[in-house]
Design a protein around this ligand. Structure first.
Ligand code: ACO
Length: 351
């Protein structure tokens, strides 16, 4: 069902194309940084040099965590999952200044801070000190720097930046819809993004990549992978990293990540296994689920990218969240421009 008109993103599911504000995604990942693509999504055009200078300067102002935010994270239950930590911490930022209407600087603040929340919590759990952001680094470099404390490896930065640009925005998916519904009540941007994070957490949406790792770890031990995959499908199990509501061919993001990976990791046993299992899954899905057009989605190779840069499975959905913050906030801004409250109907089928 059509839920909104949008100028932010166009997805051509039949031909496997993804377009942000008129630009094909491949052009953006090759030529622009995470911040520059965020500028495009929020302002609707590529920034001029002087505009981007100011924009990057403002962005860096927002990266560090306040003492209050650190205290809030410290007080959360130790066994809370990272998505819960992000959701609760973002929710705690909802002060009076965030009241309706949302602004680009609010969007920037919420986007800039997510990697810092992830890094702070991850290091705290390991008993390590917080590493504040470094002004010399861009958003993605800082993410790696704040997590590990080393000068980030340029190949890791490039792989992660590609992933984070590819997953920044994707039209009216479940979490973006959540954000727009909340914003449509004229609630503040913090509440809208908190709704979106809660929606992203589910395994049918943002939680799939760790399922992909499980699938590959299981298949790595097997003699007969084909039989194993067939049994899963015949038992009605969903293969994680396959199928998409919109794409009826290969997800262009999966293809871009696969290309990046083959250049980045070169010859690698694990990547070979991922490609072998991908082909087996597609063949078996086509045979056992004919006419459903089931192909690889972004989550399959996202898992491989994460593994290549040494991100553990619990970081996958949080990293996806860190990039999708841009798309969610762009949609909240667009919703606010010409707002009508969402009020869908249900069909009564009861007694
Ligand atoms: N493995 C096996 N069968 C599948 C898969 C899959 N991954 N995906 C769909 N199918 C089958 C279904 O069993 C169903 O078969 P049936 O007609 O015999 O009942 C048919 O294909 C249609 O499936 P639906 O679930 O109705 O398709 P829908 O468009 O609702 O679901 C979804 C899309 C949720 C992504 C689904 O394909 C899925 O669960 N995939 C696995 C999880 C996953 O990878 N999620 C990440 C998606 S990308 C993202 O959110 C960023």
């Amino acid at each position: 069902m059509v839920a909104a008109e949008t100028k932010i993103c166009d997805i051509d599911g039949e031909n496997g194309k993804l377009i942000y504000r008129g630009y094909e995604i491949g052009e953006l990942t090759k030529n622009y940084s995470f911040e520059e693509v965020a500028y495009l999504l929020w302002y609707g055009e590529i920034g001029e040099k002087h505009q981007l200078q100011q924009f990057n300067k403002d962005w860096k102002e927002y990266l560090d965590l306040t003492d209050t935010t650190k205290t809030i994270i410290d007080s959360l239950p130790p066994n809370m999952d990272l998505m819960g930590v992000i959701r609760t911490t973002i929710s705690s930022l909802g002060t009076i200044e965030f009241n309706w209407k949302p602004s680009i600087s609010q969007a920037m603040y919420l986007t800039a801070i997510v990697p810092s929340i992830i890094a702070y919590h991850t290091r705290r759990k390991k008993g390590l000190d917080y590493i504040p952001p470094n002004d010399c680094y861009g958003h993605v470099e800082n993410f790696l720097y704040m997590l590990n404390g080393n000068v980030p490896d340029p190949a890791h930065v490039s792989a992660l930046e590609t992933y984070m640009i590819l997953t920044m925005e994707h039209g009216m998916n479940a979490s973006t819809f959540s954000a727009r519904v909340t914003a449509s009540t004229e609630s503040d941007i913090v509440s809208a993004i908190t709704s979106a994070i809660g929606t992203m957490k589910g395994p049918l949406h943002g939680g799939a990549p760790s399922g992909v790792i499980d699938l590959l770890n299981e298949t790595a031990k097997l003699e007969n992978i084909v039989e194993y995959i067939r049994t899963k499908i015949l038992n009605g199990e969903k293969l994680m990293g396959f199928g998409h509501r919109v794409y009826k061919t290969h997800d262009p993001r999966a293809m871009a990540l696969k290309e990046k990976l083959t250049k980045f990791v070169g010859k690698d046993e694990w990547l070979d296994l991922a490609m072998e299992v991908e082909q087996i899954c597609i063949d078996q899905l086509n045979e056992l689920k004919p006419g459903r057009s089931l192909y690889t989605n972004v989550e399959y190779y996202a898992a491989a990218i994460m593994k290549a840069i040494d991100f553990p499975p619990e970081m996958f959905t949080p990293t996806f969240t860190a990039s999708r913050m841009v798309g969610w906030t762009a949609h909240v801004l667009e919703q606010a421009e010409n707002n009508t409250i969402y009020r869908p109907q249900s069909i009564y089928v009861g007694k």
